[in-house]
Ligand binder design. Structure first.
Ligand code: NOJ
Length: 557
């Protein structure tokens, strides 16, 4: 298989609102990203994924777009974007945009027209239906809580919104909608962007007739939505989109793909299919969100990630991630920020980063940040959070219990401003940040960690450099070791004398690694997250709590 540039790459996800503010309004901006490009180059990342930067009323922090071809005023101008793109390209970095095409903002001119009358030519650009028995057209619930339908009094019909009521779903059955989206994508590609992360791609097709369905319970985005997620025929839309926009261009695409399992993944990202470069799968996310109070189940994690590794080896490509802007910090979900903050963050990092696939780092993850420690429910800004808080209040939960729940599971927990130094608000802004600065900004910021060789940040930097140095870490086969261990996640990449072994103790207790196939000696140590005493060839290693080591396992025995 010919290696593609995005297979060699490491992606860094930027949440522009919280990355760097240069004009003192408390909101990050494009000149802020430009100002920090040298940091990103120092870290060694290759691709910047910018969360939505388009004009938006910010009901969902930019995932509600009112003009696809304009920049959000708080973030700057199109000239700022062009400068940023050129500067990134000069440093050899690429830039991909977040493409939100399942829905628009209710302020998008298409929707303003669509809602203006039943016979407006844009009426059928969105999904309008008559009500049923005085209520919504069907029983669907929004992924963000409450009914998925909003009544429009002026025209006495309801429109569908799978996310907030200010994010009406486009009707992808309408060829004019698809053509407009394709034209917009071509426009961005022509400006020089290097690809897209495609938001909610598995939701764009709805089942004909929009039948009632059992609504999932629990945390949003964790369960099946049979009639609006991965509905049969969805790949026709994807094929058409690729043909109309990306064909013949060397762009990277990564689809946000809730509902796709490893068995179906090849259809989406198979090397011979010509569809997407990779998808962001949700199965290890659900491992956490189905039991957010539980400790990490190493066996279950290995089962999930291992299936993805095996399913796509030599056939497609994986996106590797632990964090994003929709998830609480992995340090709080699966690590131990109280007793082993540095070790647990670096062990988790080592575990996922050296698998086969393109690793993604979400801003602040490389500092080992834990969840933001919000003091009160009033600190939560996310509209999804507001819906959940209202729902929990209505169910009679106490304010303390709700705060506890939101501090563990809310999306704001990972959206706090990036801590750059130990100045006010972590050096993010000279004004008042839109979301309170992280409680650990003084001790876990970029400046301090750059200077500390043992920091989480320098461990990420070393992982990136190692992946770049060792070709076997790009395409080598993944083979699990210590398969019955409930603490150690270990695997090799590659075969025979070209083999690298990755061993991570993902628990707060010592653990023993035994393997018969090859010996490991400290001469072949490539990376570790703590001191390793020199040792000769061994088949048994004791790993301290949250210890991670990477060896060249060339020695046959
Ligand atoms: C997924 C995005 O990652 C999330 O932040 C957003 O709220 C929804 N899609 C709706 O666009």
């Amino acid at each position: 298989m010919k290696s593609r540039w995005w297979q060699q790459a490491v992606v860094y996800q930027i949440y522009p609102r919280s990355f760097m503010d240069t004009d003192g309004d408390g909101v990050g901006d494009l000149p802020g990203i430009l100002a920090r490009l040298d940091y990103l180059a120092w870290l060694g990342v290759d691709v910047l994924w910018l969360c939505p930067i388009y004009r938006s009323p910010n009901d969902d922090n930019g995932y509600d777009i009112s003009d696809y071809c304009a920049i959000m005023a708080e973030f700057g101008t199109m000239a700022d974007f062009e400068r940023l793109l050129a500067a990134a390209h000069r440093r050899g970095m690429r830039v991909i945009l977040d493409l939100v095409i399942n829905h628009t903002s209710d302020e998008h001119p298409w929707f303003v027209e669509s809602r203006s009358s039943r016979d407006n030519p844009k009426r059928d650009w969105y999904i309008w239906r008559d009500g049923r028995n005085g209520g919504p057209p069907n029983n669907w619930e929004s992924i963000f809580r409450g009914p998925a339908w909003e009544h429009d009094a002026a025209t006495d019909q309801w429109y569908l919104h799978l996310f907030t009521r200010r994010q009406p779903d486009l009707d992808w059955e309408n060829p004019a909608v698809r053509a407009a989206i394709h034209a917009m994508m071509r426009w961005w590609l022509d400006t020089g962007v290097d690809g897209f992360r495609i938001d909610a791609i598995t939701h764009i097709r709805k089942a004909p007739g929009l039948p009632d369905m059992p609504n999932p319970q629990g945390l949003a985005q964790v369960a099946a939505y049979p009639y609006h997620m991965n509905v049969a025929g969805i790949l026709d839309y994807v094929d058409e989109l690729i043909r109309a926009t990306l064909a013949g261009r060397d762009a990277m695409t990564v689809g946000e793909a809730n509902g796709i399992g490893p068995d179906a993944a090849e259809e989406w990202v198979g090397a011979t299919r010509g569809r997407l470069s990779m998808i962001l799968q949700f199965e290890h996310w659900h491992l956490w969100s189905n039991a957010p109070q539980a400790a990490l189940d190493v066996m279950a994690l290995r089962r999930i990630l291992g299936r993805w590794q095996r399913a796509l080896h030599g056939r497609g490509w994986n996106a590797l991630y632990l964090e994003n802007h929709d998830l609480p910090r992995v340090a709080s979900r699966w690590g131990d920020p109280q007793r082993h903050p540095r070790e647990s963050a670096t062990a988790l990092a080592t575990m996922y980063f050296l698998m086969e696939g393109t690793p993604f780092i979400y801003q602040g993850q490389e500092l080992g940040l834990a969840n933001a420690g919000f003091a009160s429910l009033a600190d939560f800004q996310d509209s999804f959070a507001h819906n959940r808080i209202a729902e929990m209040r209505a169910s009679g939960m106490s304010e303390d219990a709700i705060l506890d729940e939101m501090r563990r599971t809310g999306r704001d927990t990972s959206r706090t401003p990036m801590p750059w130094d130990d100045g006010p608000h972590g050096g993010f802004t000279t004004g008042t940040p839109w979301l309170a600065a992280h409680q650990d900004a003084r001790r876990l910021n970029v400046a301090l960690q750059q200077a500390d060789e043992t920091s989480v940040l320098n461990h990420y930097r070393a992982l990136i450099a190692l992946r770049r140095r060792e070709p076997v870490l790009i395409h080598g086969r993944y083979t699990e070791l210590a398969m019955r261990s409930t603490r150690i996640y270990a695997y090799t990449r590659g075969e025979g004398s070209e083999r690298i072994a990755v061993m991570c103790n993902l628990s707060g207790r010592p653990a023993t690694f035994r393997h018969a196939g090859f010996a490991l000696d400290s001469g072949g140590l490539l990376l570790a997250n703590g001191p390793v005493a020199p040792h000769g060839p061994r088949h048994v290693l004791s790993l301290a709590p949250w210890e991670a080591r990477v060896y060249r396992a060339a020695t046959a025995s």
